[in-house]
Design a protein around this ligand. Structure first.
Ligand code: PHE
Length: 356
């Protein structure tokens, strides 16, 4: 066997191998090709086996030529395999029904009602100021909702709080009512505290959050159902200055250092003196709008606890004084979030609720 013959044979092995590979399109065909052209019994491999019979001069030349053919076939096989795989993937994608360009389905997150959010914030802020949370019932007696708070039967100030009565007159002058404010909780809390030590009742510093009800004409600022947060601080030597400081500090903590606030003289039977507490209206920048009227939004009433109320709670007004306030958390939320109608809160309109 002469050198040129083997070299020609190798060349034809290479050529026929590459020709056979060119038309292949499936994994099975490729495997069969590999068995025929690159397995141990394939023609190019048989040439390696024959090397031993060649002359020492021919051996390196033929060996090198055979190796080049083997490498060429292996390289071509690798390239063809990759191309076949890619083709198969493209076909699978083309026949697929999945449209990967469609937008994903939005994940719906649950969220807290804006009222819950503002209440939690208020609990936190008052907590930092040292107020504890005290709760009392929504169904009250006339006695606690009014009489203990210095509104005797027939008192004209009762007209300020149109009341839902919930009995048919069986209880005489002490009917059951839906509480019109959280102030009855002041008396419950003081009575409970003073009962622990009637001679020297302990100081009280609490907030009383809860739902209140009034039979009212509704408008942008008034609802028949609303939250209040009552505050009460009773102890020796508490002054109106403490009240002003507490509410001003609250407004700064809620709305920022530069918020403008004002106290307007007012009247409540259970505080003396009494005031209303206003915050500058952010909705209109203090110019006056449908929500605030004159550029200020009242967020609550306040005053020094009336001696009769202290006495009803078991505290001697000669030794103790106190301040109280009643805030409207929804009014605060309106200012905070720019909500221009209080009636949105309980309408359960998701377009409103989803904004918070
Ligand atoms: N209870 C009063 C109201 O609902 C608010 C208030 C509370 C005023 C405490 C003074 C002190 O209108």
């Amino acid at each position: 066997m002469s050198d040129p013959t083997i070299i020609q044979e190798l060349e034809s092995i290479r050529q026929s191998g590459l020709d056979a590979l060119a038309g292949l399109n499936s994994e099975e065909e490729l495997q069969a090709w590999h068995a025929a052209h690159l397995s141990r019994t394939a023609p190019v491999m048989l040439v390696f086996q024959k090397l031993g019979k060649l002359t020492p001069e021919e051996r390196p030349v033929v060996g090198q030529a055979a190796n080049q053919v083997k490498v060429a076939l292996e390289t071509a096989f690798g390239e063809r395999s990759a191309a076949v795989k890619e083709q198969a993937l493209a076909q699978a994608l083309a026949s697929e029904k999945l449209d990967v360009t469609l937008p994903g389905r939005p994940v719906v997150h649950g969220r807290l009602h804006p009222d819950t959010q503002i209440l939690r914030e208020l609990y936190r802020v008052f907590g930092e100021m040292g107020f504890q949370v005290y709760r009392s019932r929504e169904v009250e007696t006339d006695e606690y909702n009014f009489q203990m708070l210095n509104f005797p039967v027939g008192h004209p100030a009762r007209d300020m709080q149109d009341t839902y009565f919930i009995d048919a007159g069986e209880r005489g002058d002490n009917p059951l009512v839906m509480r019109t404010h959280t102030s009855p909780g002041q008396v419950h809390a003081m009575q409970e505290a003073s009962a622990t030590n009637p001679q020297n009742p302990p100081p009280v510093r609490i907030i009383l959050p809860g739902m209140c009800y009034r039979y009212e004409q509704t408008d942008a600022r008034h609802e028949t159902q609303f939250d209040q947060i009552e505050g009460l601080a009773v102890g020796p030597g508490i002054t109106f200055t403490n009240l002003k400081g507490t509410l001003s500090d609250l407004a700064r903590r809620l709305f920022g250092q530069h918020v403008r606030t004002r106290f307007r003289a007012s009247y409540f039977p259970f505080t003396e003196p009494s005031a209303e507490f206003d915050v500058e209206c952010f909705l209109c920048g203090g110019k006056g709008c449908a929500v605030c009227g004159g550029g200020w939004l009242e967020i609550g009433g306040c005053g020094m606890v009336h001696p009769n109320v202290l006495r009803n709670g078991g505290y001697d007004p000669e030794r103790y004084s106190g301040f109280a306030f009643g805030l409207g958390p929804q009014r605060i939320a309106m200012l905070r979030y720019g909500i221009n109608d209080i009636r949105y809160f309980w309408e359960n309109d998701l377009r409103f609720l989803e904004q918070f």
